[in-house]
Design a protein around this ligand. Sequence first.
Ligand code: UDX
Length: 422
Amino acid sequence: MRIAIVGAGHVGAVTGACLAEMGHSIVLVDRDERVRERLVRGEAPFFEPGLGAMIRGNLPRLETTADLATAVGNSRMTFLCVGTPSNRRGEADLSAVRAASAAIGEGLSGTSGPRTVVVKSTVPPGTTAEVVRPAVEAGSGRSAADGLSVVMNPEFLREGSAVRDFFLPDRIVIGADDPAGAEALEALYRPFSCPRVRCTTATAEMVKYASNAFLAVRVSCANEIGNLCKSLGIDAHEVLGAVVLDGRIGPRFLGAGLGFGGSCFPKDVRALVALAGSLGCGARLLSAALEVNDRQPAALLDLLEKRVGIAGRRIGVLGLAFKPGTDDVRESRAIPVVQGLLDRGARVVAHDPMAMEQFRQVHPGIEYAASAAEVVSGTDATVIVTEWPEFEGIDYSGRIVVDGRRCRRAEETAAVYEGICW
Ligand code: UDX
C-alpha cells in the first residue's frame, strides 16, 4: 500500500522504515531539509539502533519529500507523526497537529476512493475527533460518507529499542469511530500476532497517556520509597528487588534513582495534569509524581555537598543522555544536575558516549572530556547521571563518587561512594 508519513522524527522515521520493511511503499514527509538529506542518503535522522540498516535495506520503497500535499494525495493511508511538545502551562501544544491536519485535508482535496488518516502523535483525548477529523474533512471536502476515515493508533516505541518495539508490540490499539477506518488499520496490522484493542479514538488517545502516566508514577513511587530508604540507611534497590517479585507488581520500571527524563514521560504527565486541571478533576497523584521527579537532582547534589562541597570544585558528570542507548538529551536529568552544579559554583567536566554534541547545545559553557576515565581522574568528585554500560569498566579507586543510577563498579572501588537512594 502507498503510505505517507507526515513528520520523520522518532516516531515517523521508525514507523515509515518498518512499514517499508513490511513491503509498503512509503513517502516520508518532513519540512527539515537536514532530515530529508539524511534519509535520502540512507541514514537515520537520529541515533536509533537498527534504523539506519532498516532504511538502507528498503531505500527503493522509501521516498522522501517536503511536498506534503502530493505525498498525501497519492497515498491510501497517511500517518500523522508530528510532535506535541509541552507549552508553558504544561498542555500539549497542538499547533503542529493543526497545521498538518489542514495540509493533509488539502492534499486529499479532489481525491476519491477509500482513504485513511491515522493519528499516531500523542494527543489529548478528543483531539482526533474534535481537531484532526474536522480539519481533514473541511480541507478535503470529504467525509466518512464517501470513504474518508480519520482514526487513532498510538505508538509505544521506546528510544533505543523503537524498531524492536514496532515489530514486537505488547498490543496494538485501534481507535476508530467508523468501521471502515478500523478495518483499514486491522488490515495493515494483520501480520502481527499480539492482542488488538478496538476502541473509540478518544479511548485510544487516553490509553497512550495512561500508559506513560502509570510508568512515570511507578518510577516516582520507587523514588519516594528510595528517598525514605536513604533516610533510614536502607538500600532501596534491595527493598524493591524483593517487592517486584510479587506477581501483581512485576520487575520493571521500579528503578529508584535520578528519575525519568526523555521527550515523553514529563510531557505526557504534564499534559494529563493540565487536562485534569482544565476539567476540574485534579490530578494529585500525577502532580506528585512530577514533584518527586523534579526533586531527585537536588537530592543528588545535596549528597555531593555533604561529601565534598561543591563551590570552587571541579566536578565530573558521567552521562548526559536521558537514558543509555540514545543520544537524546531532551528532559535529561543531566540538565538540572549540571545547572545545579553551576549554580552552586562548581566547574563541570562531562562525558557521555553519544550525547555530548546534543548536550553542548544546552550547556556550551562546560568542559567535555573525551573519555569517562578522564572525567573520573581529572576532577575532585564524580556524579553518575546515566547508566551507560561503559561506566562499569572504569577504575574509580581513590575517587569520590555520588551515584544517581547504581554503577556497581563505582560502589565497589571508589574511596568514597554515596548512592542517591541506597
Ligand atoms: C517511553 C515509554 O516507555 C514508551 O512506551 C513511550 O512510547 C515513549 O516514552 P522512552 O521515553 O524512550 O519511552 O524511555 P523509557 O525507557 O520509558 O524511560 C523513560 C525514563 O524513565 C528514562 O529517563 C529512564 O532513565 C527512566 N527510568 C526508567 C527510571 O528512572 N527508572 C526505571 O525503572 C525505568
